[in-house]
Design a protein around this ligand. Sequence first.
Ligand code: ADP
Ligand code: MG
Length: 605
Amino acid sequence: MKKVVVGIDIGNSTTEVCVAEIDQVSNITFKSSSSVSTTGTKGTPDNIRGIKQALQIALDQIDLKHSQIDRIFLNEAAPVIGDTAMETITETIITDSTMIGHDPSTPSGEGLGIGETILITDIQRANKDQAYIVLVPKEISYEMAAKLINDADQHITGAIVQNDEAVLIQNRIKTFMPIVDEVKYIERIRLGMLAAIEVGTTGRAVQSLSNPYSIANIFKLNPEETKRIIPIAKSLIGNRSAVIVKTPHGEVREKVLPAGKLTIISHNGSFKEVPIDQGAAKIMESISSISQIVHIEGDTGSNVGGMLERMRRGLHTLSNSTMQTISIKDLLAVDVLVPIDVKGALAGEVSLEKAVALAAMVKTDKLPMQMLADALYKELGIQAEIAGVEAVMASVGALTTRGSTLPLAILDLGGGSTDAAIILEDGSAKAVHLAGAGNFITMLIDVQLSLNNLSLAEDIKRHPLAKVESLFYIRLETGEVKFFNEPLSPKLFGKIVVCKENKLIPIETKHNLEKIVMTRKTAKKDVFVQNALRALKQIAAAHDIRTISNVVLVGGSALDFEIPHMILEVLSYYNIVVGKGEIRGTEGPRNAVATGLVLSKVRRV
Ligand code: ADP
Ligand code: MG
């Protein structure tokens, strides 16, 4: 009689199932498979909902019923849970209104204008042998403003406008000049002060006011003062328009925020401390210098401390274990620049502040998988047993990739953690779990582009971008042009879009296409190239990565259109054969653990 068995892999993000038939002589025939999003935290009874969905999908494909299943194999899920946080290190503060560097969608004119600030209604009375920049508050209509500018004999070099009317004014005046509009807090600009205003030429950002030496030249600054205006120049980089006003006491400061420190504790009780504001490289150096980390702590009160504590608590409730057995075993740090509102700004300016983003991994002794197996039996009446360690099962499943051979290493590129395992010819295995994976990349994209929208960030991660150049064609990020027979929605015109299957999803952002592509690629490299090397080093004989000959990539992030190539590129340097898994020749890099469970269990029986 044939028996029906099911392998189930409950991951942090995805629950995967495969159904197989086994005959009397233990021949295995895989019948179907499926995957759904994991419901609830991995290892909790909430998972049952997802398991049932996935089972149903797989069973429907082959017209089987629950009652025909003889046995379910659950993985001994790796007791790791990942989370992410960010600690901002610098803060730009303006006192006494000195800078406007915002990006209105429609500034007008171009080039640089230098002059003294004056209210437009006062211009007629002003001195004639001096240059002026006029301020146009919202009560003055664009028609009136244009008339006042045209009537004045004084030398006007530019205008700062409160309403969104730069173009309307420009169209009505005789001389062409840079005009910046949408300056919300125009009344905070001091009058009678030397100011510089710049609008970038078509398609370009400002060139002079983002260069510290140009600013020094305009305002006649000494070397000490030039050093102090660096935060101004920095926060104006990439803007289409900018204004700088020199006030006697005005100041822009870059304040370094107290960011706390991390304490990395080794198995022999020794520890290392590293201040977070020293940046990612220093943090990673400290982490890799300790061979067996038992715990990592963050200062209470800091974001990192808060995150680490939150993760520990979460896992604590989950596993009913004492707090002592839950520890943070690994961290991945990445330097980022995040656009943050400047304090004391005049027009909602943002500055790129330095920050360190961290992914952490909490580990406990064991997840309560038996509880889950019992619940499954109660709900479905099917015997469920826990069989095999996740990472090892992934390797057994990965071995069904044609062309792979023992000794075989796998990299499981998941959502919350990057796992690696190696199986040697004698069947012995070794596995590691590292912090940082697909979800961390999504967070890095979200914060660096200030999207505040994780599902959009996820789409940006997974799909290529394009610019809608006309209603009949788009230009893909590769430079290729794609034509359409039917006109696109006018709403998409001029927008940057994510090309998701047959849909074009517009991204509401001020960043250009190149910047978004670069952010996406850098995040992927920072996470997975770094983690691939860290993980393989830890499982390699004598920690020498060159002793590894074959690596199969599995897990959700191995489906990415760029990540496998990036890993291939760095590992080829070490002469390692690496590629995306083709589990059973049909599943791609998916279903490795579920497949491994069925294979290893049946073989042993
Ligand atoms: P887990 O084993 O932890 O449940 P998975 O192996 O399912 O995790 O991997 C989940 C990760 O894979 C998520 O970060 C998700 O964004 C990513 N992912 C899934 N599909 C794709 C895809 N097509 N392209 C890029 N990333 C993907
Ligand atoms: Mg997994």
